[in-house]
Design a protein around this ligand. Structure first.
Ligand SMILES: [Zn+2]
Length: 178
């Protein structure tokens, strides 16, 4: 069963799976198992440590920014409508269920709770519980997305994570150094 958001995309002919291609909002996509993502992350962590996590974060941040700039351009959405579109999209991609806890437009900050983060769950299944949050990819993606929503340079830090024993993952997005 598709979500109402995907039904809307389908109706607007912006969601298509045909001839070995997946297209969402006129961009090609691939469906990939979260196991591959966590295996790649673990290899990068083992080889490069914190530096590797920064690379994952920065690549995802650029991607989040590019995708949402494009969405903003084709829809003309801004602020709350753009945030709704962005969170519908990341939920559609399977990154979890997002809950906006504290949104402050004046200070360009927001706290998000993410339930059912499959990446954090897979990481724990494969490598056991760890003592710090692990979702650098989603942190970077959210940083890039909120750069466009807030029209400001913001960074994102995962504060609570199911991989370190919490019931949900919490991401804090605000201005400042990573
Ligand atoms: Zn997490």
């Amino acid at each position: 069963m598709f979500s109402p958001f995907v039904m809307k995309l389908q109706y607007a002919m912006k969601f298509d799976i045909v001839d070995g291609k997946i297209r969402v909002l006129d961009k090609d996509q691939v469906m990939i198992s979260p196991e591959i993502l966590v295996e790649v992350q673990k290899e990068i962590e083992n080889k490069l440590g914190e530096e590797g996590n920064k690379i994952i974060y920065n690549v995802a941040k650029k991607q989040g920014k590019d995708v949402l700039e494009y969405c903003k351009q084709i829809t003309g959405f801004q602020k709350i409508k753009l945030q709704t579109l962005a969170l519908d999209l990341v939920q559609t991609y399977g990154f979890g269920k997002f809950e906006v806890i504290n949104l402050d437009w004046d200070n360009c900050s927001v706290i998000l709770h993410v339930h059912n983060s499959i990446i954090c769950k897979k990481y724990t299944e494969k490598f056991g519980h760890v003592n710090k949050p692990i979702n650098y990819f989603l942190s970077g993606l959210l940083a890039g997305i909120y750069n466009v929503i807030f029209e400001n340079n913001v960074e994102c830090m995962e504060n609570l994570c199911t991989a370190s024993g919490n019931l949900y993952c919490e991401f804090i997005i605000k201005r400042g150094e990573k």
